[in-house]
Design a protein around this ligand. Structure first.
Ligand code: ADP
Ligand code: TRP
Length: 327
């Protein structure tokens, strides 16, 4: 079974990315042949600063390796190290109805927000289909927001297989439940575009400040809080602290007597400890960038081999190769 997922190097990774995407992906590396990549081609649709793209790409690589991605188990690479995916994007694009892309919510959202859209943004789901199909992926673990893209991938693959003969594996999305939604410091879904993030790694002072700024109401410590389970700091505590500790804080908050300041101090300590080992590993890796580059190169070699094989199949099936498939 091949599992595939990608993440864009469009900013610093935060707790939402970690609990929503990285942690489940890292756990899945035990369950099959995992292919994980840094979607740098995709990042070009919205990010136009080359230095930032380079920095973010290496940061994502460091973050994943520090958090436990094991390059012996998972193939870890940069999307653009496998340019074959662009050729497949073209081939698939010729079988993709305009209407399918026009219906994409992520594209429509960008238009609604007044973000100037480019061809790359419109073609984004076709590149994503190529990402998935070029590795014969069976399972694609994604958040709810990406479900539509995986469905489009299936539509395109089915259409290709009908037009040119059985070529592609039809992938299944694996949608993570809503429980995976991590809230930001303002109570909305944590997202880099909302300025409400707490990063996984970073400067202690800055991160402490962010945690201490988590939005609370104006009730005094003594007041009873029957809605303690809804408290933002408690909800974050539940993801970074042991269950009994989170429960104890929740009980004390509910009963009155635990002030918000102390609650947030406790939350910060647990969050900081949760990533202590990963932080130390990240510092070691950052001091050994040759190793990180080597991991990405090795991953790219493996990924390219597989991509070449599948692209070859598509070229033969569609008549781009002058020698048709024998038998
Ligand atoms: P952002 O919203 O910060 O721009 P992305 O859209 O780049 O994040 O998301 C990258 C991955 O992290 C996706 O798989 C997405 O589902 C997941 N993710 C992002 N924010 C959260 C969140 N608050 N809770 C759970 N998962 C999240
Ligand atoms: N579009 C995905 C996101 O923004 C990233 C991505 C690109 C991806 N190609 C993929 C995810 C293929 C899964 C499979 O989160």
């Amino acid at each position: 079974m091949r599992i595939l997922s990608g993440i864009q190097p469009s900013g610093t990774l935060h707790l939402g990315n970690y609990f929503g995407m990285m942690k489940p992906a890292i756990e899945l590396q035990e369950k099959g042949e995992a292919y994980y990549f840094i979607a740098d081609y995709h990042s070009m649709t919205t990010l136009f600063d080359p230095a930032e793209r380079r920095r973010n790409s290496l940061d994502v690589a460091l973050d994943f390796l520090a958090c436990g991605l094991d390059p012996k188990k998972a193939v870890f690479f940069r999307q653009s190290d496998v340019p074959e995916v662009c050729e497949l994007t073209w081939i698939l694009g010729t079988l993709t109805p305009m209407g399918l892309l026009e219906r994409c919510t992520s594209y429509k959202d960008k238009i609604a927000k007044g973000i100037p859209v480019n061809f790359g943004l419109f073609a984004y789901p076709v590149l994503m289909a190529a990402d998935i199909l070029i590795y014969d992926s069976n399972i694609v673990p994604v958040g709810q927001d990406q479900k539509q893209h995986v469905e489009i991938t299936r539509d395109i693959a089915i259409k290709f297989n009908e037009q040119y003969g059985e070529t592609f594996v039809i992938p299944e999305p694996q949608i993570r439940g809503e429980t995976a939604k991590v809230l930001g410091t303002d109570g909305e879904k944590m997202s880099k575009s909302c300025g409400n993030t707490v990063e996984i790694f970073g400067d202690e002072k800055t991160l402490r400040k962010k945690v201490m700024a988590i939005k609370m109401d104006s009730r005094t410590p003594q007041e009873l809080k029957p809605d303690a389970d809804q408290n933002l700091a408690i909800q974050l505590m539940k993801v970074v602290a042991p269950a009994d500790v989170a429960k104890d804080s929740e009980d004390r908050l509910r009963a009155g007597g635990l002030g918000y300041g102390d609650l947030k101090k406790g939350l910060f300590e647990h969050y900081w400890n949760y990533f202590a080992a990963a932080r130390a590993r990240r510092a070691e890796l950052a001091a050994n960038m040759d190793y990180v580059h080597q991991v990405l190169r090795d991953g790219a070699t493996k990924a390219r081999n597989k991509a070449g094989e599948v692209l070859d199949r598509a070229r033969k099936a569609s008549g781009l190769a002058l020698q048709p498939e024998k038998g």
